[in-house]
Design a protein around this ligand. Structure first.
Ligand code: NAP
Length: 315
């Protein structure tokens, strides 16, 4: 027998989990497809200080667990699988098909893409070779391995500065390497980083090679203004240079921009009727847990109205 969902949500980060909460509370038959643990990038956030309601901050994994529990409380069904592809509808009354692993699939009247984004890489010599041997993309995961050591952090955004501050809990010294003379990060993080005695800056500098045999020993730098080469001795390199949207499943099916973010309108509608996108995978100004949650709520509300509109009496 066919098992048709009203709404299938792809991705279980804060956007997907909030969409699931709203969808289930609207009594939509809802399936959330997630390839690993629910929570997305929040799972590796140490403390989240800017999600309202938690004056002391909240641990990322705790917030993710509570969000999942809340959606499940209202009847959410979760399927652990990669969503490998989409088959679009031929007509509004038709269903979307999400191709899952092992030849399985899920059918839905409406889809919500909440597939998030992934860490960017530098693509320089030594980065891949020394991955897991001093090169890391996740301070929360690997920071405690660098107790009393020297660490280089590459990037000048919120992630780089927030994680550099976190890494000072363990490291002897943290050097932030940034390609410009101005940081991109929020002012409050800049103030904290400048005030932290364990943090040093190498501005106008790019990493050109990560060196080491068994483990990271140094990073070769180039001054972008003078062209001068230098070498910084370090035990670890944290590459924290932003994210790329996980929009592979959208590509070719709906409008995405040149950076591969899915384009949506104010109600999270993509260019395909019946498909909505929310959170870090969509084009927007601010990528935060709070904006992901807001997007998820809007996407679910819009998807619910779309599904209700498909009923013969339109109610
Ligand atoms: P981001 O804001 O895109 O910043 C990326 C940083 O890496 C920029 O400083 C960029 O330099 C640099 N960069 C990019 N490619 C590079 C390369 N190939 N070589 C060297 N440097 C490179 O990314 P993010 O810091 O991961 O933040 C992503 C989103 O999450 C943002 O919207 C951010 O606000 C949000 N976030 C918020 C918080 C918070 O509020 N607590 C914490 C973490 C993340 P340029 O500046 O020169 O472009």
């Amino acid at each position: 027998m066919r098992n048709v969902y009203d709404i299938v949500i792809i991705g279980g980060g804060p956007a997907g989990l909030t969409a699931a909460l709203y969808s289930c509370r609207a009594r939509m038959k809802t399936l959330l497809v997630e390839r690993s643990l629910c929570g997305g990038q929040v799972l590796v956030a140490d403390t989240i200080e800017n999600y309202p309601g938690f004056p002391e901050g909240i641990k990322g994994p705790d917030l993710a667990a509570w969000m999942l529990k809340q959606a499940e409380h209202f009847g959410l069904e979760v399927k652990m699988s990669e969503a490998e592809g989409l088959i679009l509808k031929n007509s509004p009354q038709d269903t979307f098909k999400v191709k899952l692993e092992a030849g399985e699939s899920a059918e839905a009247r409406a889809l919500i893409l909440a597939t998030g984004a992934r860490w960017n890489t530098l693509n320089i010599p030594g980065e891949k070779e020394l991955g897991g041997r001093g090169v890391s993309y996740c301070a929360t995961c690997d920071g405690p391995l660098f107790r009393g050591k020297d660490i280089a952090v590459i990037g000048g955004g919120d992630t780089a500065l927030e994680d550099a501050l976190f890494l000072t809990k363990f490291a002897n010294k943290v050097t932030i390497i940034h390609r410009r003379d101005k940081l991109r990060a929020t002012k409050i993080l800049q103030e904290r980083a400048f005030a932290n005695k364990k943090i040093e800056f190498r501005l106008n500098s790019v990493a050109v090679e990560i060196k080491g045999t068994d483990k990271v020993q140094s990073v070769a730098l180039k001054d972008v203004k003078s062209g001068a080469a230098s070498e910084l001795k370090t035990d670890g390199v944290f590459v924290l240079i932003g994210v790329t949207p996980n929009s592979g499943i959208a590509s070719g099916n709906m409008t995405i921009d040149e950076q591969k973010y899915v384009i949506v309108d104010h109600d999270m509608r993509t260019s395909v009727e019946g498909i909505f996108a929310c959170g870090d995978v969509r084009k927007k100004l601010l990528r935060q847990v709070v904006t992901a949650a807001g997007d998820g709520a809007t996407a679910a509300f819009a998807a619910e109205h779309y599904v209700e509109g498909l009923k013969p009496d339109g109610k």
